[in-house]
Design a protein around this ligand. Structure first.
Ligand code: QAP
Ligand code: CO
Length: 205
């Protein structure tokens, strides 16, 4: 079943998720519905608070795909290729984190907005998997970025909170005043900003 995804500034996105005591059939069904919801919106990660459930559960599938939607491991790192996906992650905890990386992130709860965010480059995360077993995820690349983004949701934090104060408040005010742009408008604005960036990087003459 495809679930409704809450969007900023919904206050339910700000609640702290509660740890899961045991992986019950109800929670397994929720994880399944969250994966269906994520794939339906072309997402790579989704956290339970985004569908109105204040618990510590995230689902992830960052595998790259070709035009027909078939998994294409070509652009994934060696560590990413070694991780079975999709991932169902209950009660994640970071055991180790190293290095820094920047990735242009988006979020299904902040649709059409994409901005560079700075995070750890490598993480080791302990969690309970979909069958209730203890597991450890060791990864870098997009998967490492995604698991950190999703874990933020469990603490009521969004990627737009991690931008500079100026950028963060500009985006928040715009959404609060004007709502979300339609996808075509958003695509045009991204193209416009890209052109401006190129103009600044390579001045003519
Ligand atoms: C988090 O986000 C993430 O605005 C997952 O119009 C994103 O799946 C982690 C999406 C990037 C690391 C890097 C957002 C789809 C999907 C949109 C998503 C949109 C369509 C976001
Ligand atoms: Co998100």
């Amino acid at each position: 079943m495809v679930l409704e995804i809450l969007t900023y500034p919904d206050p339910r996105l700000r609640r702290k998720g509660v740890e899961v005591e045991a992986v019950t059939p109800e929670l397994r069904q929720l994880a399944k519905d969250m994966l269906e919801t994520m794939y339906d919106s072309n997402g790579i990660g989704l956290a339970a608070p985004q569908v109105g459930q204040s618990i510590r559960l995230v689902v992830i599938d960052t595998r790259s795909r070709d035009e027909e939607g078939r998994v294409d491991e070509g652009t994934m790192t060696e560590l990413e290729r070694g991780v079975p996906q999709p991932l169902v992650i209950f009660n994640p905890k970071i055991l180790k984190a190293e290095g820094r990386t920047t990735y242009e992130e988006g979020c299904l709860s902040v649709p059409t907005f994409f901005e560079d965010v700075d995070r750890y480059d490598y993480v080791e995360v302990e969690f309970i998997d979909g069958s209730g077993a203890k597991a450890v995820l060791k990864t870098d690349g997009l998967l490492a970025v995604c698991v950190q983004h999703e874990m933020d949701h469990l603490d009521g934090k969004l990627f737009i909170d991690r931008l500079s104060t100026v950028k963060s408040s500009r985006i928040k005010k715009r959404i609060e005043k004007q709502g979300y742009p339609n996808p075509e408008e958003a695509r045009e604005e991204r193209a416009r900003r890209k052109t401006e960036r190129i103009k600044q990087e390579e001045p003519a003459g």
